[in-house]
Each structure stands twice: as C-alpha cells, then as structure tokens.
Design a protein around this ligand. Structure first.
Ligand code: NDP
Ligand code: 13P
Length: 342
C-alpha cells in the first residue's frame, strides 16, 4: 500500500470525536493540531496527552498538538476537519473562512442539520466558504472511544470533488481504520442525521423493555424512513444501505456507547429529558436534529411515523407509552406499497 505524503491537518473541536480523529490522524504520521476552546482540556491534550473530560483514561499520541489559538491552528494547514456539534457548525465555518489557508479543503465529521433552518451542512459550507472550496463529509459507524482505543472501524467520506474525498480518506485510513469514499453528500449527511433520531426510538423501546422483536422492527422500519426521505431529496439509495446509513443506524440503535440511544433508554424508563441530557453530559444531536428531520419530511411530503413520534416525545407532547400506542395503531398496509421507496 502506498503511504500518504504527510499533510498538515487542523482539527477544530476538542470533544470526544474531534480528539479521537485528531489522535488517529497524528498516529498516521500527519502533523496534526487540535483546536479547542477550553484551555484546561487543551493543556491536558498538549502536555499530558489525554482528554480527561471527553476520553478519560485513553493515551493520546505525544505528536498530537493542541491549542486554543484558532488562527494558529489553521496556519499552513493542507486540510481542515471540523468536528464541532451541529449548533456550532455555521459559526465555526464563519470563523474559519478568513483564516483558511489557500488551497486547504474543508471536511467535517459533524452529524445533523443547521438548527432552525434545516439546511444540510454542505449547503451551509458552500454558502460560507464559497463553491470553489473542496468539501467532504466524514460519516459512518464510529464511536469515538473505540476509535481512540485503536479498535477496528470502517467509515466513509463523501465529497463533491473526488480528489478531496480521497485525500481525507487517505489521512484517516490505516491499520485499524478503513475509510471508503463516495460522492453523495446529501445521502451521507441525511443518514448521519436521521440515525440519531431513530436511535432515540430504539432506546425508548428498550428502556420500556418492549423486547428484541420491537428493536429489530424499529431499526428496519427506521431504515425505511431514511430510504424514503433520501429518495425524495435526491440522495442515492446505496449510500443509505452502506456505512453512512444502515451501518450507523445499527451501531447507534444497539450500542450503549451511543448518547442518543442512552437518551431514549432514559426516557423509556421514565426519566425527564432535562435530567437525561444533563446526566449524559455530552452532545445529544437528536434533540436539535429531530425538528429539522421533520421539517425536511414536510417540505418533501414524506410521512415519517417513527421520527414524528420521537419528535413528540422529545417535546413532551406525548409519553413513550402513547408513542408506542400511536405506532401500533397505524393502519395495516403492504410493507412496500410502491417499491423500495413507497
Ligand atoms: N462522539 C462520537 O462517537 C461521534 C460524534 N460525532 C459527531 O461529532 C460532533 C461532535 O460531537 P462530539 O465530539 O461527540 O461531542 P462532545 O460532546 O464529545 O464534545 C463537544 C465539543 O464541542 C465543543 N463545542 C460545543 N459548543 C461549541 C461552540 N459553540 N463552538 C465551538 N466548540 C463547541 C465542546 O467544547 P467545550 O468542551 O468547551 O464545551 C466540545 O469540545 C457531533 O455532531 C456528533 O454527532 C460523529 C461520529 C461519532
Ligand atoms: O455518531 C455516532 C456513532 O457513529 C455517535 O453516536 P452518539 O452521538 O449517539 O453517541
């Protein structure tokens, strides 16, 4: 295998996923700088090679640099990887725009939409950075903790320009990490956003002890919701049948490392959303994303019963038990009334 020439990479966002990706890239021999806004966390990463808040007890590579100096992190970067939560995505890109080195492409591993507008993150990036900047999204089944521990992982990088998606995949790809490529940013972003909402649904069902049949039914009908909305917006079906869709859906709906699943588990056991989110203590993207998924669904005339029930539960409009009753009382119908997307 041909080794990738070293590329200076700036990773923006020192939470669990930004730290794990920065550590992975640094381990692959690329000069890597991680920007974070919390001086204590940044100092711990830079000097003690650990992120005690977001990835406790995991040793980070000594070659990984961390800083609170935003412009300094970006200096001479050949590639910028944005890993902040969706609510901070647009603001981070606006800060980035004047400091982006000429020629540096911008990728992101954020999952979700722009809160409030429902815009896809690549639409936000195109508007803020301009259409000439190479863009790519990094997505797929990947818990930060496992990546930071060096456990085998596969994900996918979708870009509008093949060369840039390949460059991003090359810096991520390594002995314990397979990075595939694709050119469907719409489908890739939709999958990463919707699976978080569907993970809440399976978490609720498991929290209510509804059994393994219910979990499998929700995952499968959840995939159907993803496929139908994806078809309506013009994404490719294979993207949703791959790592960005099915892969991440299975991981997040079944793995207790998922914060979205844990939110659902807590709600299903009767805890309040406020207490559950506080206890999780990290980003739970579904809370923002569910309204934007439903906005996309309404715009495109697609019915999403499971996602709609999650929205109503997250807004406190119905209880998990009422959500279950609503889903079970739906009219009987063919599994696929008009093909895979019907
Ligand atoms: N963790 C994972 O396994 C995976 C996460 N993702 C996605 O990655 C994105 C980031 O999540 P993740 O790292 O897990 O989240 P965490 O909760 O682990 O960390 C959040 C990070 O975002 C920072 N942050 C919060 N608000 C802002 C802001 N306004 N400006 C700049 N930075 C901010 C926090 O800084 P501070 O500490 O100062 O508050 C912190 O560094 C999400 O979209 C998530 O869905 C995708 C795949 C896997
Ligand atoms: O996106 C993820 C795994 O691919 C992480 O999921 P959570 O945000 O639910 O923890």
């Amino acid at each position: 295998m041909e080794a990738t020439a070293p590329v200076k990479v700036a990773v923006l966002g020192a939470g669990s996923w930004g730290t794990a990706l920065a550590a992975l890239i640094a381990r692959h021999g690329h000069p890597t700088v991680l920007w974070g806004r919390d001086a204590n966390i940044v100092a711990a990463i830079d000097q003690r090679h650990e992120n005690p808040r977001y990835l406790p007890d995991i040793a980070l590579p000594a070659s990984l640099r961390a800083t609170t100096d935003f412009a300094g992190a970006l200096k001479d970067a050949g590639l910028v990887l944005v890993v902040v939560p969706s609510h901070a995505f647009a603001e981070t890109l606006r800060d980035l725009a004047p400091h982006r080195p000429a020629g540096a492409g911008v990728a992101w591993a954020t999952k979700g939409f722009e809160p409030g507008s429902g815009r896809f993150l690549h639409e936000v990036a195109e508007e803020v950075l301009g259409e000439d900047v190479p863009l790519a999204v990094v997505t797929g089944p990947s818990f930060a903790k496992e990546v930071a521990q060096g456990l085998p992982t596969a994900l996918t990088v979708h870009g509008c320009e093949g060369d840039f998606a390949k460059l991003v995949a090359d810096v991520l790809h390594g002995p314990a990490f397979r990075a595939y490529t694709g050119n469907d940013m719409l489908g890739a972003e939709l999958g990463g956003a919707m699976k978080n909402v569907l993970a809440v649904a399976t978490g609720v069902a498991d929290g209510m002890q509804l059994g393994l049949n219910a979990r499998a039914g929700l995952i499968t009908r959840g995939l159907n919701e993803m496929l139908r909305l994806n078809h309506a917006i013009g994404g490719k079906a294979e993207t949703l049948m791959g790592l960005a869709g099915l892969g991440d859906l299975v991981l997040t709906c079944t793995g207790d490392l998922s914060r979205n699943r844990r939110l659902g588990l807590a709600l299903g056991r009767g805890q309040s959303i406020e207490d559950a989110v506080r206890e999780i203590g990290q980003v739970v993207e579904s809370v923002q994303t569910v309204d934007e998924v439903m906005r996309q669904a309404q715009r495109n005339g697609v019915e999403l019963p499971i996602s709609s029930a999650v929205q109503q539960v997250l807004h406190g409009e119905i209880t998990p038990a009422e959500g279950l009753r609503l889903l079970m009382a739906r009219e009987q119908k063919p599994e696929y009334p008009s093909g895979l997307f019907g």
